[in-house]
Design a protein around this ligand. Structure first.
Ligand SMILES: Nc1ncnc2c1ncn2[C@@H]1O[C@H](COP(=O)(O)OP(=O)(O)OP(=O)(O)O)[C@@H](O)[C@H]1O
Ligand SMILES: [Mg+2]
Length: 308
């Protein structure tokens, strides 16, 4: 029997306690190559703590966080295997971005020419000479991403990479993460905002109070946690209600919209057809879906209640 290659990143029964606080609570999940995995959880959920344990910056209380099956400390050339951006302000403020990257490259055995390459890649080619302390928040984020990429690693870990970026920067960071994954790399990035995940991640690992809430493809998360219905506005609500129920469709008044019905378990095409053959005028026919942000908030609130 062939054994599967080890997952790029794996948390196994991972626990981290700080005194009385359990930041990470028996967390197990795997992250695979070739897709973007979103690590989602509200503030204080334990995301940064987990990422720090992958990078050997925090010791697990118990359990393991491994890279390619090994703890980071066992990797001979870690900078070529994994690159990370944790906090954007770990650069000496008076050092230029170029000097900072050159020092990181030297320490990791990376050729000096990579400095110009990664500055170009993150859109800082013309700003490399400036002291990093003078950078805006978004520029610091870009420098952090450049630092993560310097060793051309196959695994990338980004903690809240979209924080502080302007709309153009967010679009850029998203497509960078997607491109890195499309090259076959492993990309794990955290956020406390579901909306940020929606356009970027293929797979979601959701945690709350250090515990795993979901580990599934984004599409499955959407199917499992959001509901949708057809909104039909009409001057003849009772008539439409009768026509729908004759077809075995269940409609209820659409809250917040006096002349509308909400019809579940069907399509706009079907409701439109029923209205048409019954000679009922429609002034709106829309498929309404809860936002993913709502789904995420409901999910974490439910878990919170259950924990009490
Ligand atoms: N060094 C530390 N000492 C004590 N408690 C800590 C330490 N680091 C984290 N914690 C606690 O662990 C919990 C998880 O924190 P963590 O920073 O991992 O959350 P997070 O999911 O990254 O949140 P955010 O979205 O705000 O970044 C919090 O209760 C936090 O106060
Ligand atoms: Mg954090």
């Amino acid at each position: 029997m062939q054994t599967a290659p080890p997952a790029s990143l794996e948390a196994r029964a991972l626990v981290k306690r700080y005194g009385d606080v359990t930041a990470v609570d028996h967390l197990s999940f795997q992250v695979t190559a070739g897709i973007v995995t979103g690590f989602l959880g509200p503030n204080g959920a334990g995301k940064s703590t987990t990422l720090r344990m992958f990078l050997g910056l925090d010791r697990p209380t118990s359990g393991a966080a491994t890279i390619g099956g090994h703890p980071l400390a066992d990797l001979p050339q870690p900078m070529h295997v994994v690159g990370a951006m944790l906090a954007a302000d770990t650069v000496h403020p008076r050092r230029s971005a170029t000097d900072h990257l050159a020092a990181v490259a030297r320490a990791g055995g990376v050729p000096r020419r990579r400095v110009a390459e990664v500055l170009e890649l993150v859109g800082l080619a013309d700003e490399g000479h400036r002291p990093a302390g003078d950078y805006s928040l978004g520029m610091k984020q870009r420098l952090g991403i450049a630092t993560a990429l310097i060793g051309d690693p196959g695994i990338l870990i980004f903690d809240e990479p979209l924080n502080g970026l302007d709309p153009e920067g967010i679009r850029w960071a998203r497509s960078l993460m997607r491109d890195l994954a499309a090259e076959g790399r492993t990309v794990l990035f955290s956020s406390h905002l579901m909306g940020e995940m929606e356009l970027t991640a293929d797979h979601l690992v959701v945690i709350h109070h250090g515990k795993l809430l979901a580990d599934q493809p984004l599409s499955a998360f959407i199917a499992d946690h959001t509901s949708e219905y057809v909104r039909a506005r009409t001057p003849n609500r009772d008539g439409l209600d009768d026509a729908l129920s004759r077809e075995g469709l269940r409609a209820v008044p659409d809250l917040g919209c006096a002349d509308a019905l909400a019809v579940v378990g069907t399509t706009t095409d079907r409701v439109g057809h029923v209205a048409n053959v019954s000679g009922i005028e429609l002034s709106e026919l829309t498929l309404v879906r809860d936002s993913l942000e709502d789904a995420f908030l409901t999910m974490t609130a439910t878990e919170h209640e259950a924990a009490r």
